[in-house]
Design a protein around this ligand. Sequence first.
Ligand code: ADP
Ligand code: MG
Length: 248
Amino acid sequence: GGASALILRTEGLTVRFGGLTALNRVNFDLQRGEIRAIIGPNGAGKSTFFNCLTGVLRPSTGRFLFNGEDITGLPPNWISQKGIARSYQITNIFPNATAIENVRIAAQSRRHGWSLLTHHRAYRDIIEKAEAVLEAVGLRGKGDEMAANLSHGEQRNLEIGIALATEPQLLCLDEPTAGMSAAETRDTMALVRRIAKNLTILIVEHDMRVVMELAQRITVFHYGEILAEGTPEEIQRNPRVLEVYLKT
Ligand code: ADP
Ligand code: MG
């Protein structure tokens, strides 16, 4: 049921690419309202994990439950309708549309699914929603700019806005501060904290200051498996984590 504390559970989630096991029987629990960071070396399976949760990839074996419902292998648009959204490690926006159009398209897909035959909610409501989302991600006043003309940091925040416009319960952010200046990173951290008041956040992040400051709990992936899990304090002094990750 929707009121349960457990929003996400994966059971034995496994992804193989030919001979390579990118995720190996991952059992992962996430509580509603948490900010959880996922860390681990390059190639550990972090993006693959997000790809499974958002329907981009179908796991080889295993399943995951969202609000207690098995939605493994549903296509991305259905998973979006269920309430999981994500941003990509590499920015994924429509560059030749304006900022507001990028958000509006996402808001509309949430309300109506993908069918043009479904009843149309008033255009005005969608625009209002899109404007509220732009404001929430710090892009107020930039709605009419082409997405391609926004700064790198603004584009990354626009992508968070696109995800937010689908009204998710769970937002998966894949390296949201990658390539950002120190000031942009601080802004994005503040943004994540603000939006975390209303939803659950899974964040893959390499910047350890960001991770330690934002996350309530951290899960460490290593070679497709969970190496450790705990509070930032526990992870920082976990010898196995230090060995594989923090020292490098
Ligand atoms: P991370 O995000 O932790 O850096 P990834 O999930 O991107 O790691 O990748 C995990 C492993 O799976 C890596 O060895 C990567 O090369 C491999 N991999 C990821 N996606 C694919 C794919 N579509 N086809 C083949 N191998 C892949
Ligand atoms: Mg990745």
